[in-house]
Design a protein around this ligand. Structure first.
Ligand SMILES: Nc1ncnc2c1ncn2[C@@H]1O[C@H](COP(=O)(O)OP(=O)(O)OP(=O)(O)O)[C@@H](O)[C@H]1O
Length: 610
């Protein structure tokens, strides 16, 4: 024999309140939404129907708990519908209407009404259907324990519509004050297309007298911009740099994007205030814009996107994906218009939001062509735009790691050589793309090994003077696989320059890993090493303009000279942020101890340690 599942209503309410809804205050959203859905349903039957929603706070004189009344003049419910839709969890009249008018309604899951039980133990619904004959009015009383009753009302309603009464539960009294109800009703319902009235303490207030700011008419573009920016300040509590109108056919989205006045972290995702069919869905929507567009926050209303059951995000589907693309296009067009008509404003925007602009340029060739010249890069000669760079040097040279940049920057700068530090997010990929988009452009990855070639050669006489230094340095560094050269370069304070191609750095890492690993792993690394032999050997270039190097060339003591060379080698590695292998560490230790020893000399106390 088959049995039916029993549903424990308390358990379901607990589930909703703790896991689906962000706060008990969402009952206001659910009731406003039901009221507007009912008005929309009536308008489908009677196109001239205006519709209105009234909320009233009824405070008892005898000190009893306050009551909230939500009242609409929508389609109402028949007795049969009360049993079917109000008393069956998961049943929704709006799902049936899916085919014809699905798009008109916000609700669809048939659970919204349950949210009321977060703030009251009993719900009273008094309703008269447009389909009812005469003034037939029904009362439905639903309780948190899962029981309900239906009976004809002794106070028939004068016109079709629905009244929902909630009597405050003591622990939820905070939701039954004038201030709180007003704040929640404004929060969720200020854009509703039906008049929303709030009555409390004998006074009635119209909460939504004006349409959303992007739908209002303005005298001029400047006035419109001011009004939109003022709205952004009100919603997000900050002064934005600019505002961009948004519109997408897919999902029927419209609204405004606000340009942030600060640079957000490039991985941050901005949260947006999102309305669905004019009702606030969430203030924390994340999935509305393409990833690169993290320089704006938006306020939008969507008529045709699907909410999730919590109604606090959009359901990820093809319509949302198309809407996201279209909104991305609006922002792109904004940047293109700035590039064409207001380049200075674009430059200011790039200074603030360069990362967003760079990310878009990477994805979009036309946009790339338009903005690449204005994008700023760090170079050995300071920050400059690519246009500025290319005026000075037709070939764009860049390094891809910060270590290489540190290694070459002082020497290259002293020689007037401009090299871009493309270690930052997107920079290397953007430069790599340059010749593909602008066929006459030349780009080149610069390696530190190239630097000594551009340095000044020694005279024949100088060559002779440094022959001994060269020989001893070659002997000392041979076993480290490092070549030696002697040149003259600026700045004179830099004694040496360590240069290796990128594979050289890789090779060094391999060697170090091999030393530190067990034999099995070492044989694997051996294989890797065979496959990637270095193109060029690293090189230590001594600077003969440096006073210490000049003195070194005159040192007679071979051991002292060798120790100095070894120390300069280790120093160059450390400055280039190259990890030292075990032998190099030993060199460093030996050198340091030797140095301490030589400085101590004979100046020793012959006391207690002997
Ligand atoms: N004010 C109202 N006027 C007319 N019918 C109503 C009203 N409030 C609720 N109903 C009926 O009760 C049903 C259940 O409402 P409920 O809020 O639980 O779910 P829903 O709005 O259908 O979907 P969702 O869970 O997505 O909100 C509705 O589908 C509708 O038929």
């Amino acid at each position: 024999m088959d049995h039916r599942f029993q549903v424990n209503l308390r358990g379901v309410i607990d589930l909703l309140s703790h896991h689906l809804y962000s706060s008990p205050g969402v009952f206001v959203r659910e009731l406003l939404q039901n009221a507007t859905d009912a008005s929309r349903a009536r308008r489908n039957l009677e196109p001239a129907h205006q519709g209105e929603v009234r909320v009233e706070l009824i405070e008892k004189q005898d000190g009893g708990p306050p009551t909230l009344l939500f009242q609409d003049d929508g389609v109402g419910l028949t007795e049969e519908e009360l049993h079917r839709f109000l008393a069956t969890i998961g049943e929704s009249s709006k799902r049936e209407a899916l085919e014809a008018h699905r798009g008109d309604f916000i609700g669809q899951f048939g659970i919204g009404l349950l949210s009321c039980f977060m703030v009251c133990d009993e719900l009273l619904v008094v309703t008269r259907s447009v389909k009812a004959e005469g003034r037939e009015t029904w009362e439905w009383r639903g309780r948190q324990d899962g029981t309900y009753s239906v009976r004809p009302s002794e106070h028939p309603l004068a016109r079709p519509g629905t009244q929902v009464f909630l009597i405050a539960r003591p622990d939820a009294a905070e939701y039954f004050t004038h201030e709180r109800v007003r704040q929640l009703a404004l929060h969720y319902g200020s854009l509703l297309p039906f008049p929303l009235q709030l009555t409390a303490h004998g006074r009635t207030e119209h909460l939504n007298p004006t349409p959303p700011p992007w739908r209002r008419a303005y005298e001029s573009a400047a006035e419109r911009r001011q009004a939109l920016l003022a709205h952004g300040r009100e919603v997000f509590g900050m002064d934005f740099v600019d505002c961009v109108p948004l519109r997408a056919e897919a999902g029927q989205v419209e609204g405004v994007a606000y340009v942030l006045p600060f640079s957000p972290h490039f991985q941050s995702r901005q949260t947006h205030r999102v309305y669905l069919k004019d009702m606030l869905l969430t203030e924390r929507a994340e999935n509305l814009l393409p990833q690169w567009a993290f320089f704006v926050r938006c306020v939008v209303n969507a008529q045709g996107l699907r909410p999730t059951a919590s109604r606090e995000a959009f359901y990820e589907d093809a319509t949302l994906a198309s809407a996201r693309d279209a909104l991305g296009q609006c922002l792109r067009q904004y940047l293109v218009d700035l590039a064409t008509h207001e380049p200075r404003t674009l430059q200011r925007l790039i200074a603030l939001h360069g990362l967003s602009v760079k990310a878009l340029a990477l994805d979009d060739d036309d946009f790339y062509r338009l903005v690449i010249h204005w994008l700023p890069f760090e170079t050995t000669l300071g920050m400059m735009t690519l246009e500025h760079y290319r005026q000075g040097s037709p070939t764009v040279r860049y390094v891809t790691t910060l270590d290489t940049f540190r290694q070459v920057s002082r020497v290259a700068a002293a020689q007037g050589l401009c090299i871009i530090n493309a270690a930052y997010t997107h920079d290397a990929a953007l430069l790599e793309k340059l010749p593909r988009v602008l066929p006459n452009a030349r780009v080149e990855v610069f390696s530190a090994a190239q630097l000594p070639q551009g340095l000044e050669e020694l005279t024949a006489e100088e060559h002779e003077g440094v022959a001994r230094l060269r020989r001893i340095a070659e002997e000392a560094l041979e076993s480290f696989g490092c070549e030696v050269s002697l040149k003259k370069f600026l700045p004179a304070e830099v004694p040496t320059l360590y240069g290796d191609v990128e594979e050289g750095a890789f090779q060094r890492d391999l060697e170090r890993a091999r030393e530190e690993s067990d034999s099995l792993y070492a044989s694997l690394l051996e294989g890797t090493q065979d496959k990637a032999p270095p193109q060029e050997r690293p090189q230590l270039c001594f600077n003969l303009r440096n006073p210490v190097i000049r003195r070194l060339a005159r040192v007679r003591d071979t051991a002292q000279l060798r120790l100095s060379v070894e120390m300069l080698y280790v120093q160059a590695l450390l400055l280039g942020h190259r990890p030292l292998n075990a032998r190099e560490m030993a060199l460093l230790n030996r050198g340091l101890l030797g140095l301490i020893e030589s400085r101590l000399g004979d100046d020793e106390d012959t006391g207690s340690l002997h």
